[in-house]
Design a protein around this ligand. Sequence first.
Ligand code: SF4
Length: 332
Amino acid sequence: MRIIENEREALMECPDTIDHTAGSLLDECDRAYYYFVIRGLRPVYERDYFISGKAWDRALGRLNDSTLDKADRLTQARLAIRETWAHSKCEYVHENRAPDNLIHLLDLFIENYGFDHEYEILESNIYFRFPYKDFFIGGEIDAYIDWPGLGVIADENKTTNGVISDAYLAGFFLGGYANQLKTYNWACRQITENLWGNRVNIASLAIPKRKSTQRTLFQSLLIQPPEQEILDVLELYERRMGRLRENWKLWSWPKCGTHCEGGWGFSACDYRFICKISTRLGEEEVIPQQYRVADWRPWEGQKGDWEGLSSAEKAEIEERAGGSSAYEEDSD
Ligand code: SF4
């Protein structure tokens, strides 16, 4: 696959929407943003942390489906994990991120929280694209909930393969995760006037091997970001859009990444193989076995994986996800 010449003319207009993921990539490296959003290049093999996070989020969404009884909710949540993995391609999967461990974690989650909660889930998986000044901010909010006595809360699920440490929790108040929460806070305000703040539901995938080891596996944080910090994040998006438009005008996407090969706390860049062998923009040789092409429009949602499976695949997954469960006896 050869990236085309005169590509700017052949492409669409400069993007008018920025989301948290693409915006963070632009902060890190203009060239990485170009490959990811403008060219739509995705590694054929996905990262295991991305898939396990998606699987966990979908499982919680189904666990909260109040139209189903408890047994069906649990079965559906397990299926969500199997389905997500069945439709994913990873070269390497850490054992903590694999479906069996996620299903074990799901059981522990129900032991910890049960099926019932004091708040009402108003809507799950909200895809948004709202105007801000002369562009749009987009993304997906996991859910928003009505918390008695507080008001509406924007809900976000997170998984970590480490322990839930103070340093990890601090990231929800300052830095990239915090900016993501503030983006969702602003987006939720476009939907409701009664927003109280954000909640983060954290789950640690590092289930102790020994029963005697005590470790916090789940933690919820309620956060009310100060008004000024919401405004600061909007300013950040405005600066990003300015940089994006300037890059588009000049057709300049510099290689300015600082963690190309990864490092402590950073994964290696997905595009390092292209970057290493290419010098001129538009003359990259992209190996089809390494990359596929896909649009990046998280604000439009995606077709459910389940719909894309064959009947045989569905039957196999249902069989693996089913079986007897202590919770099924508890159904009403
Ligand atoms: S390898 Fe480095 S320079 Fe190239 S796109 Fe990735 S971060 Fe940017």
